[in-house]
Ligand binder design. Structure first.
Ligand code: SF4
Length: 272
């Protein structure tokens, strides 16, 4: 079979359909900029500037990895500063430094994985995860999901753990995507998934999924993958129809959008 270009991921799902309660922040045009026009120099520069959140997540994950790579750091009085040095935190912006330091201190004080049977712990610097090829009827797509950590519960159940930073609520849909991936990687196990916020030390409930839920998610992801490909195809053939293919939703959404400087529809309110 030739190379499969159709793809799906939680991020792509998020760009198509926001979590419940955050609909007012959704704008299809944001997806257009970040997916269809990401290679344009102006757009690429704005995407690059907007990577603070991503940077915090990545360094937080690396911090946890470093503590477990050398467990003596969790007992050393200068464990936090040693990990900060390994991460070269000093080279990061003030906000990144401050928030990652909080993560390192939190983890040093409550190392939640210390007594766990860890199967996999990502160091946060991996390239794209190996995709899972999903076939539904005549349509195939690659599903990408980078798993932060897997550990074994005492009864042998695999537990997929996703580390979070920031204030956003946990999104169950992401857990279902991890569980779908796990159903391909570990077909003999019936894993569970949860989220842990490294900044607030909060753990979500454990989430499991029936075979029916996983089928629904397979179908939803296929729809997202198809819609994404169709929009890209339309845009490439009709670049002047950008705003029809990716309609703008100006308003509150613009307050949290990296593209306001280049978007013709940007709504800049006084209250910003
Ligand atoms: S600036 Fe506003 S309208 Fe334009 S892409 Fe961003 S959110 Fe959408």
């Amino acid at each position: 079979m030739g190379k499969i270009w159709n793809s799906a991921s939680y991020n792509l799902l998020l760009l198509h359909s926001p979590p419940v309660g955050l609909e007012h922040l959704h704008c299809d045009m944001k997806r257009g900029f970040s997916k269809a026009r990401k290679k344009e120099p102006q757009v690429a520069k704005l995407l690059e500037l907007d990577n603070t959140y991503q940077r915090i997540g990545l360094l937080a994950q690396r911090g946890v990895y470093e503590f477990h790579n050398d467990m003596s750091l969790l007992g050393a009085s200068n464990g936090v500063s040693q990990v900060a040095e390994t991460l070269e935190l000093g080279k990061e912006s003030d906000v990144v430094q401050q928030r990652v330091l909080t993560v390192l201190k939190n983890y040093y004080e409550s190392p939640i994985l210390v007594d766990k049977d860890i199967v996999k712990l990502s160091h946060g610097n991996e390239d794209f995860p190996e995709p899972i090829l999903i076939k539904l009827g005549s349509y195939s797509f690659n599903l990408y999901a980078a798993i932060d950590c897997i550990f074994k519960e005492l009864d042998g159940t695999l537990h997929i753990l996703d580390f979070k930073t920031g204030k956003s609520d946990f999104d169950r849909r992401q857990a279902y995507i991890y569980l779908l991936v796990a159903s391909y990687l570990y077909p003999d196990n019936k894993p569970i998934a949860s989220f842990y916020n490294l900044e607030t030390n909060t753990w979500s409930k454990k989430i499991s999924a029936s075979a029916e839920i996983l089928e629904v998610y397979k179908y939803n992801l296929m729809q997202v993958s198809k819609k994404h490909q169709e929009s890209l195809f339309l845009y490439r053939n009709n670049p002047d129809k950008f705003s029809q293919i990716y309609p703008a939703n100006p308003g509150t959404s613009c307050r949290y959008c990296p593209f306001t400087s280049i978007c013709n529809f940007a709504f800049i309110s006084e209250a910003k």
